[in-house]
Design a protein around this ligand. Structure first.
Ligand SMILES: Nc1nc2c(c(=O)[nH]1)N[C@H]1C(S)=C(S)[C@@H](COP(=O)(O)O)O[C@H]1N2
Ligand SMILES: [Mo]
Length: 369
């Protein structure tokens, strides 16, 4: 018996192949945000999506240490009390998993089978990452910063701590914080208790949970989560392009009432206010379009006040629902000129798939009960 024998291969589903047992196992552990929770401007912690590669590690704030070392003038080690003395800032951040939308791709990459619900917005409180790095003093030979979590596991035969790297510039200039609170309470275990990194605007994989070490290194970081996973590729052996910021996306709160098993939706005829939220990690949202005829015609949604950061922005649209079947769809535009595509291009890992949401509803002339 060997590690390889038990390790997932990262394959594509065969034509017509349903969700596998491995995918079900991942989906039952890693939950999404039910789309009706788009009604909350700040996602309650229990409704925020969760993604954990390995196991949630045992952790105690009492004896937790965070080290900052490597290519620094003065290596540092903080307990939670010492860390709190370094500064305190709250940032409102929309996090989205880079695999969001994966299950909608054809062929389907076998992995966590997200539909469109791997998103959430929280207020994260902690100390600016730049303050910690500057306190240690950046040596001239520093190139990358490596963040290590306390969780440990195997991926495609490779044993590892969960680790991600950033360049020194990204680490200093992206508004990152090392957070100990989510929505004003200590981090829940599944969201990184007692300490995590938060990288505003970046796909979730950069926001390392259970953060125990920040190391500056004098070369490019080539760890698994940067160099192997989380890259856009067409072919398994190409180098690919590393995944960074969140592509624009708009989502509607599905209107009306769902069928329990199929989740097909029924809407009573008459005026309906469609509501949703849109976000992009590149620039603030400046326009959202809605179509109630499967993308044949589009109209602008009304935008809520700008949040002045990269967190999601609410929108609404007045729809006069007439009896019959309708396909609702939405697309986001951000201030960098990025427009959400109706159909995003395919890639092997199923990353950054921001294809437009489609909701089929049956509008009923009479409420049935
Ligand atoms: N240590 C550690 N950090 C991690 C992960 C992990 O498995 N281990 N998963 C990453 C991924 S892929 C995502 S999408 C986000 C999810 O954060 P959340 O569960 O708080 O929503 O955490 C990231 N940070
Ligand atoms: Mo993720």
């Amino acid at each position: 018996m060997s590690i390889e024998q038990f390790s997932g291969k990262g394959r594509l589903a065969d034509t017509g192949e349903g969700i596998t047992g491995d995918e079900l196992q991942l989906a039952a552990r890693n939950h999404g945000m039910p789309l009706e929770a788009l009604r909350y401007d700040l996602t309650p912690a229990g409704l925020h999506y969760v993604l954990v590669h390995y196991d949630i590690p045992a952790a105690s704030a009492t004896n937790w240490r965070l080290t900052v070392d490597g290519c620094v003038e003065q290596p540092l080690s903080f307990g939670m009390t010492e860390l709190r003395a370094m500064g305190r800032q709250t940032v409102r951040v929309t996090l989205e998993c880079a695999g969001n939308g994966r299950a909608g791709l054809q062929p389907r990459p076998i992995s966590q089978p997200w539909l469109m619900e791997a998103v959430g917005t929280a207020e994260w409180t902690g100390v600016p990452l730049a303050a910690l790095i500057r306190a240690a003093g950046i040596r001239k030979d520093a190139i990358d910063v490596v963040f290590t979590g306390a969780d440990h596991g195997f991926e495609r035969g490779i044993e590892q701590d969960y680790q991600r790297g950033l360049t020194v510039t990204e680490a200093l200039d992206s508004g990152a914080i090392v957070a100990w609170e989510m929505n004003g309470a200590p981090l829940p275990p599944q969201h990184g208790y007692p300490l995590r990194l938060i990288m505003p605007g970046w796909y979730g994989m950069a926001s390392v949970k259970w953060l125990r070490s920040i190391e500056l290194i004098d070369h490019e970081f080539t760890g698994y989560q940067n160099a192997v996973a989380y890259r856009i590729r067409q072919e398994p052996n190409e180098v690919g392009v590393g995944i960074t910021r969140i592509e624009p996306r708009a989502l509607l709160i599905p209107p009306g009432n769902p069928d329990f098993m199929s989740r097909h939706r029924f809407v009573p005829a008459g005026p309906v206010v469609l509501q949703g939220r849109a976000w992009s990690g590149w620039a603030p949202i400046e326009r959202v379009e809605v179509s109630v005829d499967a993308g044949v015609s589009w109209q602008d949604a009304k935008l809520d006040a700008d949040s002045n950061d990269l967190s999601w922005r609410g929108f609404s649209f007045d729809w006069d629902a007439v009896p019959g079947e309708h396909v609702l769809t939405v697309r986001a535009h951000d201030a960098s000129g990025r427009v959400q595509p109706i159909e995003a291009p395919w890639n092997r890992g199923g990353f950054a798939n921001n294809s437009a949401q489609r909701i089929t509803v049956l509008v009923l002339s009479q409420p049935s009960a």
